[in-house]
Design a protein around this ligand. Structure first.
Ligand SMILES: [Zn+2]
Length: 285
């Protein structure tokens, strides 16, 4: 960044710039005050520069803001996708427990059929040994039935609990999906709106840039591309640089308000302007 002050341009060039500016149409013309230009061209150049900065800062803000909007939608999309995965897993778990129940129910059916068969055989046995053996088989099948019934009871309790969780997740998923839809719509509208605003501001910025002599404009563009926050022309705020916040010596502050030449910050190289210049741009006149 430039360490030395940018010298005030020659009067001839100022005149030429003024004439050139007058040829340009409308919106920024009010800045070009021929009377002021005649004896205070540096002030006018600073006003033009600060106007350009003011417009570009607004464009920067819109771009930064818009850049964050899709992230919000992305976060919601991730959340909805996460809920979907969870819901699918819960439903798969539920189906598995339900399969276990019907398996146990089949097991009970088979055991009952076996018992019937053994009871039929008992009626035909010839000795006590065979009869006792069949009794033992029947007892065993009855135990199997009891165990299966116990497992079914447990599984049914599990199913109830899982169903409650599934319902809860479904409700949450529906809510978040609705949020997502709304947010997307809202953001699309904001994006469309800010794009229009940005275009309008960019047009004004382009027009404002045309009023600035080439040497100053290229310095402006160079500093702007290096400055982290896009600030090139900054006001003096409470005796400090509005860009890097380092203190400005009193004599330098006097030089800045005298508008005799373009003065840059010793620390960051940004162009410094006083309240008069700021008011001319944002003061609504
Ligand atoms: Zn500075």
């Amino acid at each position: 960044m430039a360490k030395s002050d940018v010298k005030a341009p020659a009067k001839k060039r100022a005149k030429a710039a003024s004439k050139k500016a007058e040829e340009k149409n409308g919106s920024v013309k009010k800045a070009v005050n021929p009377a002021a230009k005649a004896d205070g061209s540096v002030a006018e150049k600073l006003v033009d520069l600060y106007r350009l900065q003011h417009l570009d800062t607004q464009v920067d803000k819109i771009r930064t803001h818009r850049g964050e909007l899709p992230l919000e939608v992305e976060d919601l999309e991730d959340e909805v996708a996460g809920l979907e995965t969870r819901l699918n897993k819960l439903e798969a778990d539920l189906a598995e427990v339900e399969t276990q129940v019907s398996e146990k129910q089949n097991l009970i059916k088979d055991a009952k059929a076996q018992i019937k068969k053994y009871e039929g055989q008992q009626a035909k046995v010839r000795n006590n040994r065979e009869y006792d053996s069949l009794t033992k088989e029947i007892e065993f099948q009855n135990l199997e039935i009891q165990l299966a019934e116990k497992r079914i009871k447990e599984a049914k309790a599990q199913i109830e609990a899982k169903k409650a969780v599934v319902e809860e997740s479904k409700t949450k998923h529906e809510e978040r999906s609705k949020d997502l839809k709304l947010k997307k719509k809202e953001l699309d509208a904001i994006i469309a709106e800010t794009e229009k605003e940005e275009k309008d501001l960019q047009k004004k910025s382009d027009a404002a840039a045309k009023l600035i002599e080439e040497r100053l404009l290229s310095a402006y563009n160079r500093i702007r591309s290096n400055a982290r926050n896009g600030l090139v022309v900054v006001p003096v705020e409470r005796g400090s640089c509005g860009g890097c916040f380092n203190a400005i010596p009193p004599q330098r502050q006097l030089d800045i308000s005298s508008h005799k030449k373009v003065i840059v910050c010793e620390h960051c190289g940004r162009i410094l302007v006083d309240e008069y210049v700021v008011d001319r741009v944002v003061g609504g006149n």
